[in-house]
Write a protein that binds this ligand. Structure first.
Ligand code: PRP
Ligand code: URA
Length: 210
């Protein structure tokens, strides 16, 4: 597996919260809270190289040169499971635009099927953070990066909770320029495309639809 452009978190809070998230006894309400909290921590890690520009402001005491974010940022949750990550990322970047992408995996082929995409013709942001808890085969992530590049966005990052080695390889092969920020890298995919040990179905566990 390629090691470049993959950033597994080493933060103890992320590890602690991820263990609670994986626990099969964690109820949907707690599960949603944990997704939101871990997403905020991962967003902090994923945004450390954002560009800044100078701005002149006045404090109550003096005029100073400060800095402000130079680029417009888009959060791109992949429905459904990625939706639960938006609030955590938004807590850190409340001005970020949110552009939803609807994809589901066909249960037989495991290929992503698109059902929602309302991106306007011209890009409105210059940096996109794709939000999806699970990077399994990598099909959904690759399809979303394809759409965002087609839209015209050049700086794209994937932020997720658990990745399988298969998904990392697929995203790297198709889009080596897209860094992956992730809470954990698990062992493998099982024969129906679920990450092992993983956390089960991230959408069903958030929405109580298992
Ligand atoms: C899950 C997950 C990812 C996708 C990952 O979504 O949230 O979007 O599977 O799998 P992949 O890497 O093999 O493409 P799912 O299709 O279950 O839809 P849901 O979020 O609506 O439950
Ligand atoms: N989608 C999930 O929700 N969980 C997995 O393990 C794989 C894909």
């Amino acid at each position: 597996m390629q090691k470049k452009n993959i950033f597994p978190s080493s933060h103890p809070l992320v590890a602690h919260k991820l263990t609670k998230l994986r626990d099969k006894n964690t109820e949907p309400k707690k599960f949603r809270e944990l997704i939101r909290e871990i997403s905020a921590l991962l967003t902090y890690e994923a945004t450390q190289d954002l560009a800044l520009e100078h701005v002149s402001i006045n404090t109550p005491l003096a005029a100073i040169e400060g800095t402000t974010l130079a680029q417009k940022i888009g959060l791109v949750p992949i429905l459904r499971a990625g939706l639960g990550m938006v609030e955590g990322a938004w807590e850190l970047m409340p001005s970020a635009e949110v552009w939803h992408i609807g994809l589901y995996r066909d249960e037989q082929t495991l290929m992503p099927v698109e059902y929602y995409n309302k991106l306007p013709v011209e890009p409105t942001v210059s940096v996109c953070l794709i939000l999806d808890p699970m990077l399994a085969t990598g099909g959904s992530a690759v399809a979303t990066v394809d759409m965002l590049k087609e839209w015209g966005v050049r700086m794209i990052k994937f932020v997720g909770l658990i990745a399988a080695p298969e998904g990392i390889s697929k995203l790297h092969e198709n889009h080596p320029d897209v860094p992956i920020y992730i809470a954990a890298i698990d062992e493998h995919l099982n024969d129906v495309g679920y990450i092992v040990p993983g956390l089960g179905d991230a959408g069903d566990r958030q929405y109580g639809t298992a």
